[in-house]
Design a protein around this ligand. Sequence first.
Ligand code: ADP
Ligand code: MG
Length: 713
Amino acid sequence: MPEARPTASANANKPKSAPRKAMDKLGLLRDIDLALHLPLRYEDETQTTRIAAAREGETVQCEGEVIESRIELRGRRQLLVKIEDESGELLLRFLNFYPSQQKQMAQGQRLRVRGELRGGFFGREMVHPVIKAVDEHTPLAQSLTPVYPASAGLPQSYLRKAIEASLKRAPLEELLPPRTVPSHLPSLRDALNFLHHPPPRVPLATLEDHTHPAWQRLKFEELLAQQLSQLKSQRERAHLKAPALRGRREGLQEQLLRHLPFQLTAAQQRVAEEIAQDLARPQPMHRLLQGDVGSGKTVVAALAAAVCMDAGWQCALMAPTEILAEQHFRKLIAWLEPLGVQVAWLTGSVKGKTRQKMLDAVASGEANLVVGTHAVIEDKVQFAKLGLAVIDEQHRFGVAQRLALRKKLAAQADAAGPPQGVEHPLGGPAPKATGGPTGLEPHLLMMSATPIPRTLAMTYFADLDVSTIDELPPGRSPIVTKVFGDAKRDEVIAKIRDAVEQGRQVYWVCPLIEESEALDLKNATDTHAELGAALPGHAVGLLHGRMPPAEKAAVMAQFSGNQMKVLVATTVIEVGVDVPNASLMVVEHAERFGLSQLHQLRGRVGRGAVASVCVLLYTGPLSDTGKSRLKAMAETNDGFEIARRDLDIRGPGEFMGARQSGAELLRFADLQEDAPLLKEARAMAPRLLNEHPEAARRQVERWLGGKAEFLKA
Ligand code: ADP
Ligand code: MG
């Protein structure tokens, strides 16, 4: 596939025109990019309507002769042009105009005009219609006129010409063998030609809602490419090797189970078993463990770690924040150290001698389990025998970070050699995930409390196996969520006093103001002072992202130890924090938070047996999406339902966090609306890959290019 338009290289030294630059900015670089830049809507210039037959409020095209043209000052200077056909008269009104336009519309000239017909005070009129000087023989357009997504400095006329030219040059030959495409769909070339120039009288509704077969073909192509790329990476994984990890009978896992202060739920038992089966295989596990906040994923991770360590291998557990990592660390120490496990602790704030000691323990294999933040996968960290890596709250690691992480893990698995170059630029060539001389990769367990709706899991995570914890531990009472306007703030503070006096603990979450860290902090410190004054005699603490880690840990320890009753915090507490005695949460400026973020936050309460309340305070006026988010929160506690609604509100690209990386994963297809096509693409992908591997490769290249990598993260 040519990488650039032929003209681009010939003109390489010429300065680019403004529209060309605007096109580059929209990513319209190659012929194929332009060919796939599809109209937003169409204008019908294929027919004219007799003036008398046109209806008010309709956008129509009429043709007639200018019978009058004059400039008037009615409040402001305006050009009034009257045209006439055999059926009637029409007034054209221009509030801005050039002298040249006035000339173009001189008396006697025949004009084709297009615009919305209005019933004005002075008769029927069009304000600022599109005009074209014509004669009786000027032909009408043969197809509907496309209107493309454009930007400032990129006129439609320029874009139309560029697309027209690219459409002729673009390599659109059929890649898919016969009978791999649903039979009612046109070829890709026909589909594109059709969408850029639909014939007159095509039902516009099917073009606009993208149900027309031409649209379906594009969506099918895109979905197929994506399924192929998933399938390919899945197959590549089947050729990778990992240590087969089997726990001993009466080994660590069983001992841990005996020591736990609770019984596993049926769902926890089931997923622990799924994981154990994966670990026992000589191929690396890539499993996503999803379960709503509070469903008890940590203990499942600990059980997996126990199997791994029992088999004589090391395990690493990573969390996105220090607070969360520290909490895991405490829990795992409490559970596992009594069983003789050595746990090391690695975060950015572990420095100097302590750090060196940890690194040595990891390198020698003395530390069986390493808990920490991203620091765990830094190049300096060498594992003696890494068998399993667990990533908690994996969605908090961006797509790009997750990708880097997997590459690093692959490199770390090479216990004998130095770390391999792992800093592949995203979108660059796919790195070979080899385990070096040992040839072994660690198993990978990712955990997420943001459940992924099934359609998304199928599409984006086809290369991941998914285990789901679908029940909460017993004895939890559901959280009641209330949405209040700011005016109720004092009432809410009174409720906090009640809760504290009944021995409960309270979170107050302040919004993260992204544009201004200083404002953000001020907000939190002000609220801290306000609550301190309103609750004399009760300890009110403050936690925010810019505190030194030791201070954060101290505050968190006081809160979990119940010496501190109210914790004012920025979103640092969003993930994973576990204080069962906290039963009231107030989220300030709730309208600024995303839906899954709110759900995560709310999950900090409702962890004990006491009925919990989550108060969402908002400052109006609310946007439509703001309203639907708060409504969703008030209506349901179910993380899957929340995720589904979040997907509705935001669309899959943003939902997956891909937007921050600039990669739109699906341009044409919609996973929900196009579920039937997705099904066909899924069914077709294996056949195509087996029987026509070269066609499959080119299909992925055509559609995904450098983006294929993203789909693996
Ligand atoms: P999450 O899935 O959100 O990470 P955690 O692993 O933090 O949830 O577990 C939430 C709380 O529930 C913790 O206090 C944990 O010890 C407790 N827990 C986990 N499993 C059970 C169980 N089967 N019975 C009772 N409590 C449990
Ligand atoms: Mg957790």
